[in-house]
Design a protein around this ligand. Sequence first.
Ligand code: ATP
Ligand code: MG
Length: 346
Amino acid sequence: MDQAKVLHQAYEVSAQWFDQVSLSPLGNGHIHHTFLLTSSQHRAHFVLQRVSENVFPNPYLVQRQTRRIIDHLLKNEEFSRRYRVPKLQPCKNDEFHYVAESGFWRVWQYLDNTQVLESLEVPAQITLTARAFADYQRVLTDLPGESLVETIEGFLQLDFYLQHFSLVAENLPRDLRNSVARLRKRDLGFSEFNAYVHADCKVNNLLFNVQATRVAAVIDLDTTMYGHWAWDFGDLVRSIAFSRGRVDLYDYQNAAKGFLQGLQKPVTEQMVQEMAKVPGYIAGMLGLRFLTDHLMGDVYFRVSESGQNLQRAREQFALMQQFDDNQKHMKDIVKGLSENLAKQFY
Ligand SMILES: Nc1ncnc2c1ncn2[C@@H]1O[C@H](COP(=O)(O)OP(=O)(O)OP(=O)(O)O)[C@@H](O)[C@H]1O
Ligand SMILES: [Mg+2]
């Protein structure tokens, strides 16, 4: 969609919150349209966002769940001492969203003196990142009330994407046929759900302080849902490896260290197995989603030219292979860390 048109819509809808505003595009998000809003009346910044209804077919559900999550995080003293929690800003009619002809809009408090890191240069930043997502997961364990339901059907579930893929699979080149065959052979695992997960654990879904020495906030809560605890770890490790162009066991170790610090529970043998298996699972699952989207005509993941999703699928399948080849090393790393942590904590 034309940026200028969305900016025009954003100016129109911002009158539902404030009288005098200026707007500029914010961040590199791929899903929603996000703007930095400056209100002269409040002398403050906010974040105005149009929720993607292409990705989230039920934005009311997303919004309801997001509010429950924010309330819960704010009530947790330990979490809100360590991290800032961005709140939603009510509009003039006291609702926390506004539905216009142009779509579903919401406004967040802007967290100032923060930055988004697009890559992780310093090893300690990897540990802090992993720790923040695991802290988030741990604090949501006792979220009261009925459980959070999926905001995107089948999200991160390999068996769901395999079923979908069967409907569109045809005449694949040999290397891709082999990758999919490997995926089908995996013992699927991760299908017994046991935790509320963030489900989009990328470094750009955290805000760091200005010095980049602390995580200031966990953001982008829209995919938080009931799932498998290890998905978040796997997704983070996969995204770090992707940004490097290869699997790096030192990165893996730093991520595992932070994640275990955040979970704050003894590491069982099953957890060791799962932490070694899950990066390959997530890479394969994502590769399959890219491949399926390519075969369907690029309806979900935006492309600048045809064939890009096919290329992305091949990259993720290559990562899957690298992760799977390193399983033994990854297990040893988690075991070593768990022994150290046990000495520290228990
Ligand atoms: N409360 C906030 N304070 C400051 N900056 C924010 C805040 N919320 C969002 N941002 C900025 O806006 C960007 C996009 O926000 P968000 O991650 O919610 O969008 P998205 O489109 O879902 O992104 P993604 O591509 O990760 O799915 C963030 O990366 C960050 O730069
Ligand atoms: Mg984001």
